[in-house]
Design a protein around this ligand. Structure first.
Ligand code: PLP
Length: 396
């Protein structure tokens, strides 16, 4: 018998926490683990722009025929516009090729497999810390994962010197995983001047950036959040982007993202893209349609796009408000430690600096669930649950 030898896998550090949360009978429990946006009522509703697009699709859809391997073509076009900006020279020159992918995760996996099978690249550098699933995805695909410094815990700030020192050890052809914006889990992004230095380093040492862009619009704005990517793209000959619409369109369970390859010229882009498609064909043949049709319907219609931008702005501004309230409420609860750095972080998460035993006490004694690294999903906070959260943190 073969299954008798299978060992039990450890629970996923983030999604496993949600399972434990669901099984917790306490009424006043709060899940600040997984990165899901909640509105002021604690709900994760479908965006109005999405509902309107779905109504149009229901009316107009004529077939459930297979999509091509690369997915919905209009979708791939609007993705490029969102990433590189309207009228982008890079897009016009045919250097970028985009395939729809099942979420940001699917896009990262396709990127990794494409690199491994078709290029000399074997090593990917990720920040320490990074999203808990990165190492898992890249190692499972067969890449070797190395880490570069990113975070100065005592200063609650970026360790940019450490980052550059570590990346100086990378070899030509190595892949550098960069978070486009709203670095997960620290919430600390590079400044434009720092992006410029990273771009120069990549160009000089022939390192290939792979952007993980899962939070476009959650930092400062849709265009502003792409500034780092666009700057790097203007300076390096080759890069990849794995982007996700799970968060900024609230399309978590539609599994919608994209993988984009930017090559040195249009001819190389065509060849690279043919191999990306081959990778997709070997994994899941072709993608599902619904999420891509929603996104392309919204982004191709000026009124729907304006509504989406407004809804995304509301999400971003509510989170920013929760950050300020969180810092203030901790003070009100008598916490003397300075948590003001939380209001300087970007995106859904706050890297709180709480240690493993404090995280365990928050869960066991107070029903407040956060990730073991001390990462708190500010997007899950509301005015209603804030006092309980801050009282619990004050206790631990
Ligand atoms: N990359 C980062 C940094 C993330 O935080 C996430 C989701 O939490 C993803 C990728 C994956 O997104 P998706 O749910 O679209 O696969």
């Amino acid at each position: 018998m073969i299954f008798s030898q299978v060992v039990l896998a450890p629970a996923d550090p983030i999604l496993g926490l949600t399972d434990t949360f669901k099984a917790d009978p306490r009424q006043d429990k709060v899940n600040l683990g997984v990165g899901i946006y909640k509105d002021e009522a604690g709900q994760t509703p479908v965006l109005q722009s999405v509902k309107k697009a779905e109504a149009i699709l229901l009316e107009q859809e004529k077939t459930k025929n297979y999509l091509g391997i690369e997915g919905v073509q209009t979708y791939n076009r609007v993705v490029q516009e969102l990433l590189f900006g309207e009228g982008s020279e890079l897009v016009a020159s045919g250097r970028a090729a985009t395939a729809q992918a099942p979420g940001g995760t699917g896009a990262l996996r396709i990127a990794a497999e494409f690199l491994l099978r078709n290029t000399p690249s074997r090593t990917i550098w990720v920040s320490n810390p990074t999203w808990a699933n990165h190492q898992n995805i890249f190692e499972t695909a067969g890449l070797t994962v190395k880490e570069f410094g990113y975070y100065n815990a005592s200063a609650h700030d970026i360790d940019f010197d450490g980052m550059m020192t570590d990346l100086a050890n990378a070899q030509a052809g190595d892949i550098i995983l960069l978070h486009g914006c709203c670095h997960n889990p620290t919430g600390i992004d590079l400044t434009l001047a720092q992006w410029d230095l990273v771009a120069n380093l990549c160009a000089d040492k022939q390192l290939v950036p792979l952007f993980d862009f899962a939070y476009q619009g959650f930092g400062t704005g849709i265009e502003e959040d792409a500034a780092g990517l666009r700057l790097v793209a203007s300076k390096v000959p080759e890069l990849l982007v794995a982007n996700s619409f799970s968060k900024n369109f609230g399309l978590y369970n539609e599994r919608i993202g994209a993988v984009t390859v930017v090559a040195h010229n249009a001819d190389e882009a065509v060849r690279a893209f043919s191999q990306v498609k081959r990778t997709i064909r070997a994994n899941y043949s072709n993608p599902p349609a619904h999420g891509a049709l929603i996104v392309s319907t919204i982004l191709s219609d000026a009124a729907l796009k304006a509504l989406w931008v407004q809804e995304l702005t509301e999400m971003r501004e509510r989170i920013a408000l929760m950050r300020t309230l969180f810092v203030q409420s901790l003070k009100d609860e008598g916490v003397t430690q300075d948590f003001s750095f939380i209001s300087r972080q970007n995106g859904m998460f706050s890297f709180s600096g709480l240690n493993k035993s404090q995280v365990a006490r928050l869960k066991d004694e107070f029903g407040v669930y956060i990730v073991g690294s001390g990462r708190i999903s500010v997007a899950g906070m509301t005015k209603a649950n804030m006092p309980a959260i801050c009282k619990a943190i004050a206790q631990v």
